[in-house]
Design a protein around this ligand. Structure first.
Ligand code: GLY
Length: 559
């Protein structure tokens, strides 16, 4: 029986022999800031579909680490996962449907010898905008797939992409084995813009995705991914009776996801990626409690995850101490409040619903992620007032901000003014980076103290000395021009349409504040800012360094 490790390699070798360059997995943190995680193999190649020249040539293949929360409610069913490895072959203006389908057919049914009787395929049936995919039907038939094994479906099932706000996308043909979707072949012919409008791409592309876990499951003749060698030892470590229950599946999936996220230097927090990590860890801890697992049960499970993957992802082993420490610390933190929180939940859920304030209290005092409260409520068939939760959350945020400003004021008006100046300088820096390095530059994070600014942004390589000088010079030029800083309030959609830069779209309320600096910069931002750029003095970059894959960090001061 083939192991998952062999299958991974067989796939890459198969496509390598057919003219594909093997490209390593990119980070789970993508450089596209409109998405939190890498969810598909094509993401690192997005620009090559649009015509940018690929440094790897036209045809590539990879085994990509992916993390998705879209299927989180299905996790535990033996098919859906948060962390998965995606095998894929890709072409940017090279081959198209014929080769893509023929190779997929050859790999599954000849190379791996999966009996063809176990398979059926689906193709795009066509709609108002995109014609039916007759070509794929023809190719499948020629390969010997009978008419009744070729199912047609619409946008929802047989059209894929884009990832993030915009990008390449197209009709798909999918291969199912034993009723499980195993391989998705996407024919990227279209570009979908921010408003959902499709236009034809200048060149045709292929993007395929096959989850290694599902492939291993069908090749090893198992009825769930948890019975494969990618999960077996984790499930065994969880213990209990032989049956693989949904709870065990969730714990096994979530601990794996957590290990890989922490290996990317993500730590549990209440924001963005850190929040997702916290959410899966705490959900796993709650299910562990339901199964009466001992305290700190996640640590040995994480060790099993590292053992399974260390030969393929050596960074897991080199970061083992850090990974286990983060997991243990989160377990310790949540363990203290979980029982009390659950008691509190029992009490307040008696009345048949949960107010927003109550859900917020569970979050704020007992550390229950909102999704966990919702899950608990669903189990009892009661509703949570989401809007009320968001209002309570927002009110709390404002109160803490006011508190922080008061504290900040306590160290002197001068310090506040310095920080405000640096904040305006950050906007100038962001725009200058986009003008000098390119529009792919996006803010990934920022931190301001009265002494300096720190700005993290997406960019694949180290800045040259010349680039740093150009950025500095452009910011200083804009400071000298004495541009006016203008504040406006508008709807989020309107702000985006007018070209304002946004950080993560999820975070914004419907009405937003937009700050523009002359014609040079426009960003959605809560402020505050100075009135005129001449107040800033001289801008100086003091450090430029890497801070994660595809992310650079600049520290700068005003003199
Ligand atoms: N990019 C194809 C897939 O993820 O299914």
């Amino acid at each position: 029986m083939k192991t998952s490790k062999e299958l991974r390699q067989l796939f890459l070798d198969f496509f390598s022999k057919r003219g594909h360059r093997i490209v390593s997995s990119s980070s789970l943190i993508p450089s596209d800031p409109s998405v939190l995680f890498t969810t598909a193999g094509m993401q690192q190649f997005k620009l090559y579909y649009l015509g940018e020249k690929s440094p790897y040539g036209k045809n590539v293949c990879s085994c990509q680490k992916c993390f998705r929360t879209s299927d989180i409610d299905e996790v535990g069913d033996g098919r859906h996962l948060t962390f998965l490895e995606m095998l894929g072959n890709f072409s940017f203006g090279g081959y198209f449907k014929k080769e893509a389908i023929e190779w997929a057919f050859e790999f599954l049914f000849k190379e791996l010898k999966i009996p063809i009787e176990r398979a059926y395929v689906t193709v795009f049936e066509g709609d108002k905008e995109v014609p039916p995919d007759q070509e794929s039907i023809k190719i499948w038939k020629r390969l010997g797939i009978s008419e009744n094994k070729i199912k047609k479906s619409g946008r929802k099932d047989n059209f894929w992409g884009p990832t993030g706000k915009e990008g390449p996308c197209g009709p798909t043909t999918e291969i199912y084995i034993d009723g499980v979707e195993v391989w998705n072949l996407v024919f990227n012919e279209y570009y979908q813009d921010e408003n959902g409008k499709l236009s034809l791409l200048p060149q045709k592309g292929v993007d395929t995705g096959m989850g290694l876990e599902r492939l291993t499951m069908v090749v090893q003749n198992k009825s769930s991914v948890y019975e494969t060698d990618l999960f077996e030892s984790i499930i065994k470590e969880i213990g209990g009776s032989g049956a693989i229950t949904r709870e065990k599946g969730i714990i096994a999936d979530h601990i794996k996801g957590a290990v890989f996220l922490i290996a990317e230097d993500i730590v549990p927090s209440n924001l963005e990626r850190g929040y997702v990590l916290r959410r899966i860890l705490r959900r796993a801890i709650r299910y562990g409690k339901l199964l009466n697992l001992p305290k700190f049960f996640l640590v040995p499970l994480a060790q099993r995850v590292i053992e399974i993957y260390q030969s393929v992802y050596p960074e897991l082993k080199s970061k083992e101490t850090e990974i286990l420490t983060v997991i243990q610390a989160e377990e310790e933190k949540f363990e203290k409040v979980l029982s009390q929180g659950l008691k509190q939940f029992e009490k307040i859920s008696q009345k048949g619903f949960l107010s927003g304030l109550e859900a917020f209290h569970l979050f704020d005092t007992y550390g229950f992620p909102l999704e966990m409260t919702q899950e608990l409520a669903k189990e009892k068939n009661i509703k949570v007032d989401l809007k009320g939760f968001q209002e309570a959350f927002e009110r709390h945020r404002q109160i803490s901000r006011a508190g922080a400003e008061k504290k900040f004021g306590g160290i002197g008006k001068e310090a506040t003014y310095q920080a405000t100046k640096l904040h305006t300088a950050t906007h100038l820096l962001h725009s200058a980076l986009r003008k000098i390095l390119g529009e792919h530059v996006r803010q990934m994070g920022s931190d301001i103290t009265p002494a300096r600014l720190r700005f993290d942004f997406s960019h694949p390589k180290k800045l040259t000395k010349e680039e740093i000088e150009k950025v500095e010079a452009l910011v200083n030029e804009k400071i000298k021009e004495d541009l006016e800083v203008k504040r406006e309030e508008m709807d989020y959609q309107e702000a985006i349409k007018s070209g304002a830069l946004a950080f993560f779209k999820e975070k914004y309320p419907q009405r937003v504040t937009v700050y523009s600096i002359g014609d040079f910069s426009k960003e959605i931002c809560a402020g505050p800012h100075v009135k005129k750029t001449s107040e800033l003095g001289t801008f100086k970059i003091v450090k430029e360094e890497s801070c994660g894959a595809g992310v650079r960090r600049i520290k700068a001061i005003l003199e």
